[in-house]
Design a protein around this ligand. Structure first.
Ligand code: NAP
Ligand code: GLV
Length: 316
């Protein structure tokens, strides 16, 4: 079996080493510009169009992340890029759910106990006790109840927070009040109404583009908090800046941005109520990912069904 690998990141050699150990029978090579020799499987992160276009022999493309928006954007911009018979397969958890739960728990507790405000007070050498937000009314809404969102929701329930969740199809999670619908429909409004914290874990698709906008933010409780850990294109940046200015949003924790890295003079950098991390809320863990991909490749070769296959029309 011929396996083609590509990542724009600097750790390609580590991936190739671990993949060749996990798939000793495979004929594995790193894709280089101009390589159009046949391949059965591609394992990629943010591949250039030339790598995939015209490769009709490909049976599967494994994406080294949970989100497939970059690959699907290639197909939208240049229809026919994705080989007709290839299944697109994303990572399922591989250690990301726990990382997301850690990230969200940290941000939620920081806001509930008002540690963000103590940081500001410290800068002014101010000694002043603030009342914590009451946990029982600190309602958290999770947009997206998939592999990552469902795990985050369960972690927050275990800490005693009231939790709501929103997904496209109906989901049941113990202790979570769930809503099913599409962005900006009546179910979405019922989900968002009066939330103290909104956490975004949706995939980026044409349906979810710009969902964190003025309209959505206005549904939350006054002085609510926003945590965006999915994609930057979900957020209408100026709408967040306006909502912070008006006090509708108290603070935001942002891990993802429309343009990454965030450009040098972007107003988010120095905003006193915005906390920034550089797209690290859930890193792709190489060891776990190699195990999952290798198991799926073996299963496919045996003709078995695998999980994580992307529905191209749905966009995730
Ligand atoms: P997933 O398992 O596919 O779950 C997606 C969830 O979103 C599902 O509950 C789905 O509803 C819901 N959904 C999708 N489109 C919707 C729509 N139009 N309206 C309402 N709900 C919708 O994905 P995942 O593995 O949890 O990952 C989620 C996203 O996290 C990824 O796509 C990626 O963008 C992001 N991510 C970010 C990082 C980071 O480091 N910042 C790391 C990993 C992933 P159904 O349940 O009905 O299908
Ligand atoms: C990272 O952003 C991912 O989609 O896995």
């Amino acid at each position: 079996m011929k396996v083609l690998f590509y990542t724009p990141q600097s750790d390609a050699a580590d991936w190739l080493r671990d993949l060749s150990r996990a798939l000793p029978e495979a004929d594995l090579r790193e894709w280089q510009p101009g390589d159009d020799a046949p391949a059965d499987i591609a394992i990629v992160w943010r591949p250039p169009r030339d790598m995939l276009a015209g490769r009709d022999g490909l049976r599967a493309i494994f994406n080294l992340g949970a989100g497939v928006d970059a690959i699907l954007a290639l197909e939208r911009e240049h229809p026919g890029t994705l080989p007709r018979n290839a299944q697109l397969v994303r990572l399922e958890d591989t250690g990301m759910a726990q990382q997301m739960a850690e990230y969200v728990t940290h941000a939620v507790l920081r806001y509930m106990r008002r540690f963000d405000e103590y940081d500001l007070q410290q800068a002014q050498q101010r000694w002043h006790v603030l009342e914590p937000h009451p946990r029982e009314t600190f309602t958290i809404g999770i947009l997206g109840l998939g592999v990552l969102g469902a795990h985050v929701a369960k972690s927050l329930v275990s800490l005693g927070f009231p939790v709501r969740g929103f997904s496209r199809s109906a989901r049941e999670i113990d202790g979570v009040v769930t809503f099913a619908g599409l962005p900006h429909d009546t179910q979405f409004d019922a989900f968002a109404n009066g939330l103290k914290v909104l956490v975004n874990l949706l995939p980026h698709t044409p349906d979810t583009h710009g969902i964190l906008d003025k309209r959505s933010l206005s549904k939350l409780a006054r002085g609510a908090y926003l945590i965006n850990i999915a994609r930057g294109a979900h957020l209408v940046e100026q709408d967040l800046l306006d909502a912070l200015e008006q006090g509708q949003i108290s603070a935001a924790t942002l891990d993802v941005f429309t343009d990454e890295p965030l450009r040098q003079h972007h107003p988010f950098w120095k905003h006193p109520r915005i906390s920034i991390t550089p797209h690290v809320s859930a890193l792709t863990l190489r060891e776990e990912s190699v195990v999952q991909i290798a198991q799926k490749i073996v299963a496919l070769a045996r003709g078995e069904r695998i999980g994580g296959i992307v529905d191209i029309a749905r966009g995730y």
